[in-house]
Design a protein around this ligand. Structure first.
Ligand code: GLU
Ligand code: MG
Length: 451
């Protein structure tokens, strides 16, 4: 089997494998491994110094100091067209011969296994928004000086200037068997979105990591920086990473009708989702503060999750814990048979965000939670007072708030496992402290000569 695999890769000109895993921050890491070492990569894995990887909490010495990235051939080996001769192998973390509990991909595998025990499979369609940036006179600016409209959504005048890049991305993803659905100019200068078909949750997260590698390499070739920073410009929308979520019966391979699809009666009562789906989103809403820590994991994330005017009129980012039919102003937008989780931003680790989403949804199902009435209002049009009157909670307003919510959420903590939960809290508290202690230009401008 491995011989056939190796020969077919060789025939396609591959000489080196990129053994890739993902760290706590959602960043791809790895090593180059000659194709001849494929067996070793499958059986043992490539070795790394464990403590050199974010979020492992591994010691510097002893048998547990070694982190092995072991190939999972459940994901196809993807040749890298921008780097001929190289192909990406998706790997899982192993320590001392066992699946490593704090490897984000293992965390997601544990979550999908909990679904499989019940005969279920989760599918996600992840929608990355991103910026193409460059540095000019020490300032970060969009990598297109002509991209200036007040409302740049769907702009076809500047899009052709990025067509070659987007096409190379489309060809790459297509070559990997991913169905690209749409590519567009988003609502900020220098911001774009690429959509590919939904897939089983682990496969979708793997695809997103492949997408990031490809976009980063192709942008660099043009002299641009591919950015998944959630909110580079204060007066413009940020980058979301929305998840379209549906649940399926493993015994129904034809996948005719998802488990979130409402019955005719439920539809007649105005429900987009089945009872199971409503319980799932109730869990997602109930755990929203802790989920925020994983879905919006940076200091900068909370500059996106605010209500306010942007250059184009609105940011379209959710700030309130609510759900509603086709309501893009709520955290959960429901559609017949599925929902869009609008909380995650582009800096989220797709494995961890999906794993905690599953944990929250299952908790909603197990406790038979009710998501409350659907919200049909434009929440962005309401004042904070009106939002409060309706009893709609606000999402955490800072990384510090979200991280403390994660510290006390047992359901989400259990999904991460004690090592990753502890490491995440430690590193994100540090990140917040470093930000809080930094004296910014804003502060100097505001206070230096004021008192
Ligand atoms: N960019 C927005 C966000 O940060 C979303 C825009 C959209 O709905 O496509 O979530
Ligand atoms: Mg979008």
């Amino acid at each position: 089997m491995n011989d056939t695999q190796r020969e077919s890769l060789q025939a396609r000109g591959v000489h080196t494998l990129l053994a890739q895993f993902t760290d706590m921050h959602g960043v791809a890491k790895g090593k180059y491994v000659p194709l001849a070492q494929l067996d070793e990569l499958i059986e043992t894995g490539a070795g790394f110094a464990g403590p050199s990887i974010w979020g492992t909490g591994l010691p510097r010495t002893g048998p547990r100091a070694e982190y092995y990235a072991r190939a999972d051939l459940g994901h196809p080996i993807d040749p890298l067209p921008w780097q001929p001769g190289y192909a990406r192998v998706v790997c899982d973390g192993f320590v001392a011969g066992q699946p490593f509990e704090a490897c984000p991909r293992q965390v997601l595998k544990r979550a999908t296994a909990r679904l499989a025990e019940r005969g279920w499979q989760l599918k996600t369609g992840i929608e990355p928004e991103f910026f193409l940036l460059q540095k000019q006179d020490g300032r970060w600016v969009p990598a297109d000086a002509g991209d200036r409209l007040d409302k740049p959504s769907y702009d076809l005048k500047s899009l052709p200037r990025k067509a070659a890049f987007l096409h190379a991305l489309q060809e790459t993803l297509g070559g990997w068997g991913r169905t690209v659905l749409q590519l567009d100019h988003e609502d900020a200068h220098g911001q774009y979105e690429v959509n590919f078909a939904y897939d089983e949750a682990l496969a979708s997260a793997d695809h997103l990591m492949g997408f990031k590698l490809a976009a980063q390499a192709l942008a660099e070739r043009e002299g641009w920086v591919f950015s998944m920073m959630p909110k580079p410009f204060a007066n413009q929308p940020g980058s979301g990473l929305h998840f379209h979520v549906s649940l399926w019966d493993l015994k129904d391979p034809a996948h005719g009708k998802g488990l979130f699809s409402p019955s005719a009666d439920e539809r007649a009562q105005g429900h987009d989702l089945s009872l199971l789906g409503r319980q799932f989103i109730a869990g997602v809403l109930a755990h929203a503060p802790a989920l925020c820590a994983l879905a919006a994991p940076t200091v900068n994330s909370y500059k996106r999750l605010v209500v306010g005017e942007s250059l184009s009129g609105t940011t379209w980012a959710p700030a309130y814990v609510a759900h509603g039919p086709n309501n893009r102003t709520a955290t959960v937008r429901t559609l017949p048979g599925r929902f869009e989780w609008r909380l995650p931003d582009a800096s989220a680790n797709p494995y961890l965000a999906t794993a905690v989403l599953i944990a929250a949804g299952l908790d909603g199902i197990d406790r038979g939670l009710d998501p409350g009435p659907a919200c049909t209002e434009d929440l962005f049009a309401l004042s904070l007072g009106e939002i409060r009157q309706r009893g709609i909670p606000l999402l955490p307003q800072s990384l510090a708030e979200a991280v403390e919510a994660l510290a006390s959420d047992e359901v989400v903590a259990a999904a991460l496992g004690p090592v990753l939960h502890g490491e995440f809290l430690r590193l994100k508290r540090d990140e917040w402290l470093s930000y809080a202690r930094h004296v910014s230009t804003w502060e100097l401008e505001r206070y230096a000569a004021t008192f």
